[in-house]
Design a protein around this ligand. Sequence first.
Ligand SMILES: Cc1cc2nc3c(=O)[nH]c(=O)nc-3n(C[C@H](O)[C@H](O)[C@H](O)COP(=O)(O)OP(=O)(O)OC[C@H]3O[C@@H](n4cnc5c(N)ncnc54)[C@H](O)[C@@H]3O)c2cc1C
Length: 387
Amino acid sequence: MSYSYWLTERDIEKKYDVCVIGGGISGASTAYWLKKEDPSLKVSILEKSQIAGGASGRNAGFITSGSVEHFNRLVTVHGKERAYEIWRFSEENLGYIQQEFSSCYKEIEFVQNGTFSLASDDQEMGELKQTAQLMSSFDIPVEVVNQSDIEKRLEAKNFVGGIKYESDAEVHPVKLTKKMIEAAGAEVFEYHEVDDFVEDSTGVTILTNKAKFKAEMMVLATNAYLPLLSKYFEDKIFATKGQILVTEPTDLCMEAPCYAHFVLDYFRQLPTGHLLIGGFRQLEKETQVGYSDHTSEKIQTALADFVSKHLPKFKDLKVLHRWGGIMGFSSDGQVFVGSLPGNSRVFFLGGFTAHGIGLAFNTGKSMVDLIYGRDIPEFISARRFQS
Ligand SMILES: Cc1cc2nc3c(=O)[nH]c(=O)nc-3n(C[C@H](O)[C@H](O)[C@H](O)COP(=O)(O)OP(=O)(O)OC[C@H]3O[C@@H](n4cnc5c(N)ncnc54)[C@H](O)[C@@H]3O)c2cc1C
């Protein structure tokens, strides 16, 4: 949207040191680290719906190390050293969550029982074994499990084997996001959709559907929605839908959350006993893009079929919730942090590629490092897009 001179003449003017656009986990993380850096900063968060109304309130709540691929594939694409650097970045993310929020684990439903990756056939199991070997060579704790371990520890059937990443965790993603914002003391403006922003020598002027904000600088933390705010992101981030269903609760029987089918599908039993299961976007690649968060029959049926085949204990439970959420997939699968070319006061972070809960807190920290002129890891710098 563009605004005329006349329409920008608004009465209300709110002034901040930093306006963060987007009230998901990446905006919350940025606000948190900004406040930690300088408690005197006046920080606001402008959110077009409600806090965590985007992907941050629609995900599965896995805090998983690594990225969208098994470790062996990361090594194939990036080489051993870079793959380990990517892994370390996500481990640090978990470490920072533990360091900063250990006093409220119960409140945010943080539990650290690890995660499993399960193989449906021998080919995937071969890759998982390769992953386990590579990880062990870096002293990353990983356990190889067989079919009977999986049946006993997860009540899951028809998997040939798997591996367990010992350090992973799970959380209530909305409670975590809100906790970060509360700790940051940021002023929140919900239902303020940013339509436009203009930078000049005195700062940035930001227009929402309701008000005009002035800030020293702004941070775009809208992930999948970044291309709607600047053309710069059009070839860097792609809106991709994920779907989930949740059943009624039953007695707890799963040791930890699980991935299947090369990390594309996933399930966990919530502390309340509800089964959450998501994935299968691979079945409708053409339609699971863009900004509609409607569920589709094909994918919801595939989720139910998966439960019947692999989780028979849950197959007769009533489905209570079904939803979709929009993720921002980056062009190379890695997160990015930078400032808009030609706009020295407009910073951004994004590209979480289905792993924002596992990556955004550390990425928000790097965002603040960049703002304060410190070095950030090369593999997350948006400078990589310039060559
Ligand atoms: C079904 C599903 C399952 C997932 N499971 C996991 C998981 O288990 N573990 C994991 O690590 N990751 C998971 N993810 C990915 C994770 O949810 C995201 O990577 C993460 O939430 C991204 O956080 P964000 O704050 O960058 O984006 P978002 O949470 O999408 O936040 C961006 C916010 O910006 C707001 N916004 C957009 N445009 C504007 C505007 N113009 N003005 C104001 N506000 C605006 C949006 O309303 C939104 O609230 C999953 C995602 C989905 C959809």
